[in-house]
Design a protein around this ligand. Structure first.
Ligand code: ASP
Length: 586
């Protein structure tokens, strides 16, 4: 069989280091790569491990050779079996080596400031400063190639579903995701600025008005928000939008594409569950439920209705059971109480469950004696707790009891997102709005173009915070992978949503006038979605930080140690842009 195109010889090499095998014994090969290691064997024999992106191969050199670590060389020699006893089973090419090597130095290298081997821990600032060296590490090679495999599987899936790839502008105007935006000064229009898009949201909606029908793009998005482990200034989304579709159509396409990507890198085609936002909050205390473990929230509000125990006199009383958690010492329990208080709860009640007299169950807790018999029995039967378990209870306003316990649940039972099975769940029927802003106006939970749930349109004017939307998130192992919604294509509904958000007609015109006017010329019903690729790839790669799957990421403080960005601009550049900078306030 002729080699795959990627493995074909070039004018400089006949093969790739990791592709040479026992079948090639006796063949003359020419390989190129970096010197990974060099070991002397007496005065006239040296072993050189040659590395390229496919792996390592051992080259045996007679006589003196002037190469050091990370020199770029070409090696010509004959493939031979390693002598008995020197086979290295840990190496894919461990049965062979290259004999009679002639080495040509293609480029010398200074001593590298970091080790290119995976096993050696290196400070992240150094890794990012010398990212080109860091990228030579096998795990970075694997991660970036895995990322490319994911992109390519997603692209193929989108094309199969009839989506057309369109590139949307980077120099754009404010978008409605609500994050802080990066501004770019205009030289030709002094004093005016472009904005780097937080997402292609408005552009893709315009594409729908433009009749593209199905659009997708692997799009770079920019948000000037504080970076952290799962968020950076620039991130990549698989962004898509389709016309004449509803929520279920989008869910089907996205599930299929993500399943393809998963299959391409893990070999497994995952299933997708679906729950409503209300159910997620109720059962898991979060809109990003981690379904890899149980420990679901139990509603004890009925048990403690009209209770005489002050600590439990609240509209919502909820519990989780930590299986075998009865052995937790007071120090650990006190830390959980502090954590609950830090999350806003007045307290956290706890009960150790023990075997009681006559085969019954007993509760051990400073609070136990204050509970009525019915409350004790109710707590045990509702939670189903067994001897040795620990029951944790929070009583608070709705939904605080749930969110506090949801946090404790993940704290106690959770594992890193990349570990264990991949459990995908669609969370649907998000609320239209989340809370109120300083002016007392509801805040759009997704963005202002999200279609309300058909049954809740009337609530927009009466009880907006109770209104559900047609928006949906895809969650994987407790991480929000992406979100989307059915969009508003009707001016009357858009007006009602703007009213609910406290956005005046003038305001709407100033911010999104170009979209609203496009909608006056025949907007098809449309819906879309965007998946954060950095997170998806990080989970596939089993990495905690998305920086491990991005070629050139910034640090946590948003700096780029490699290029030194951000840096001041020269005075003449600033002058041309019409910009005068102000020293930061002390
Ligand atoms: N533009 C949205 C976002 O970036 C996704 C969407 O609604 O399609 O979160």
């Amino acid at each position: 069989m002729s080699p795959e195109p990627a493995d074909r010889p070039t004018s400089m090499r006949t093969s790739l280091c990791g592709r040479v095998g026992v079948d090639d014994v006796g063949a003359r090969v020419r390989l190129c790569g970096w010197v990974a290691r060099r070991r002397e064997h007496g005065e006239h024999l040296a072993f050189i491990d040659l590395r390229d992106h496919t792996g390592l191969i051992q080259c045996v050199v007679d006589g003196a050779v002037e190469v050091r670590s990370e020199y770029v060389v070409s090696v010509e020699g004959v493939v031979g079996r390693r002598p008995e006893g020197t086979v290295n089973p840990k190496l894919a090419t461990g049965e062979i080596e290259i004999h009679d090597c002639h080495i040509e130095v293609l480029s010398a290298a200074e001593t590298p400031p970091l080790s290119v081997e995976d096993r050696v821990e290196t400070d992240e600032a150094i890794r990012l400063r010398y990212r080109y060296l860091d990228l030579r590490r096998p795990h970075m090679q694997t991660n970036l190639r895995l990322r490319a495999t994911v992109n390519s599987a997603l692209r193929r899936a989108m094309e199969r579903h009839g989506f057309c790839e369109v590139e949307t502008p980077l120099l754009w105007s404010p978008t409605p995701e609500g994050a802080r935006e990066f501004a770019v000064p205009s030289r030709l229009h002094r004093g005016s600025f472009y904005v780097l898009p937080q997402s292609p949201q408005l552009a893709k909606q315009l594409l729908m008005v433009g009749g593209l029908d199905r659009y997708y793009q692997i799009a770079r998005c920019l948000r000037d928000e504080d970076p952290r482990a799962d968020r950076t200034f620039e991130f990549t989304q698989l962004d898509l939008e389709a016309s004449f579709v509803g929520q279920d159509d989008i869910i089907e396409v996205v599930s299929d594409a993500v399943a393809d990507a998963s299959e391409a890198v893990t070999g497994q085609r995952p299933g997708f569950e679906r729950i409503t936002w209300a159910e997620a909050m109720d059962r898991f205390g979060t809109d990003k439920p981690d379904l890899r473990f149980e420990m679901e929230l139990v509603d004890l509000s009925k048990v403690f209705e009209g209770t005489g125990v002050r600590a439990f006199a609240a509209p919502s009383v909820k519990a989780i059971v930590l299986s075998a958690g009865g052995s937790l010492g007071r120090g650990r329990i006190d830390a959980l109480v502090d954590r609950a208080k830090g999350l806003g709860a007045a307290g956290l009640a706890w009960f150790r469950v023990a075997a009681g007299e006559g085969g019954g169950l007993a509760l051990e807790s400073p609070l136990a004696a204050h509970l009525s018999d019915a409350e004790r029995a109710g707590l045990l039967s509702f939670t189903g707790a067994k001897p040795g378990d620990l029951v944790l209870v929070v009583a608070a306003e709705h939904p605080l009891a749930s969110t506090v316990l949801g946090n404790l649940r993940v704290h106690l039972g959770g594992q890193a997102a990349g570990e264990g099975p991949h459990r995908y769940v669609w969370v649907v029927e998000f609320p239209m709005f989340e809370g109120l802003d300083d002016a007392g106006n509801p805040i759009a939970a997704h963005h202002p173009f999200t279609m309300p749930h058909p049954d809740d349109v009337a609530l927009l004017g009466t009880d907006p915070l109770a209104a559900r939307s047609q928006s949906y998130d895809l969650v994987l192992n407790g991480w929000e992978l992406g979100s989307g919604s059915v969009r508003i294509h009707r001016a009357d509904i858009q007006r009602r949503v703007f009213d609910a958000l406290g956005i005046s007609s003038e305001d709407a015109e100033a911010r999104f006038g170009f979209l609203l006017s496009a909608f006056r010329y025949g907007a098809p019903p449309h819906a879309g979605f965007a998946i954060g690729l950095d997170r998806l790839v990080a989970i596939f790669a089993g990495e905690e930080s998305i920086r491990e799957v991005i070629a050139f990421p910034k640090t946590q403080s948003g700096a780029d140690p490699l290029t030194g960005a951000p840096k001041p601009l020269a005075d003449d550049v600033l002058r041309e842009l019409g910009i005068r900078t102000r020293a930061p306030e002390k």
